[in-house]
Design a protein around this ligand. Structure first.
Ligand code: PGA
Length: 252
């Protein structure tokens, strides 16, 4: 059985003070949540504040990126050992905003994934998804397959156990235009079938594939009823405790 994951990607929002307040409210409202794992991915500057705020709870700390080297002359970057030390257990990589604005490629995503696998305790949330133009021209399956092949290049079946995928159609991110649950399910199924061909059916059945793109309290339940949707990567709706808590407490 795949335990669902609801991950909040705070993006470039919340000062440390605001982060503390939000984490506190989420901790209070999440209670002893056991039907899913809940990840909070604040900006780097708020990681340690959120880490101390959620200590002793089941909430999991995540970061929004990681560099592939453990240390060195890479101004402005953060490494996996630094994230582990602060209490991170999950790292988002390859988000479409990084691909779009910061030159992220499948090759650099792959290097980051490998750095995460080198660490003792981090898991990766690897984001993939097509643009509107790619969807409309009907090549989205090809794009997804290309991203999967590049991002997961060189990984073993064992490595796959530490990978979480997030299908995030770019046209649905921050636009209020969610993929319908059926549209998302169709891609999730294709992702699992690709994983099965590459890594075997058993491994493919264990990987959690999250959906992301305008996930809100009013569409989470329907999304979670799809057989291959194992959770959500939430942007806008994770910035308010009430809406994020409603999403965590989805009714599948
Ligand atoms: P959104 O963002 O929920 O605001 O669409 C999702 C994401 O970018 O991970």
């Amino acid at each position: 059985m795949r335990i669902p994951i609801i991950a909040g990607n705070w993006k470039m929002h919340k000062t440390t003070q605001e982060a503390r307040e939000l984490a506190r409210k989420i901790k209070a409202g999440a209670g002893e949540v056991s039907h899913c794992q809940v990840v909070l991915a604040p900006p780097f500057t708020a990681l340690s504040t959120v880490a101390s705020e959620i200590k002793g709870s089941k909430l999991i700390l995540g970061s929004q990126n990681v560099h592939w080297e453990p240390k060195g002359a890479f101004t402005g970057e953060i490494s996996a050992p630094m994230l582990e030390e602060i209490g991170c257990r999950v790292t988002i990589v390859g988000h479409s905003e990084r691909r779009q604005h910061f030159g992220e490629t499948d090759e650099t995503v792959n290097r980051r994934v490998k750095a995460i696998l080198q660490s003792a305790s981090l898991q990766a949330i690897v984001c993939i998804g097509e643009t509107l133009a790619q969807r409309e021209s009907g090549i989205y399956h090809q794009i997804i397959t290309q991203q999967l092949a590049g991002d997961l290049d060189g990984l073993t079946r064992q490595d796959l156990l530490r990978i979480i995928l997030a299908y995030e159609p770019v046209w649905a991110i921050g636009t209020g235009r969610t993929a319908s649950p059926e549209t998302a399910q169709e891609v999730h199924e294709a992702i699992r079938s690709w994983l099965s061909q590459k890594f075997g059916n058993e491994a493919a059945q264990t990987v959690r594939v999250l959906y992301g793109g305008s996930v809100k309290p009013d569409n989470i339940d329907h999304l979670m009823r799809q057989p291959d949707i194992d959770g959500a990567l939430v942007g806008g709706a994770c910035l308010e405790a009430d809406s994020f808590l409603r999403i965590i407490h989805f009714k599948a």
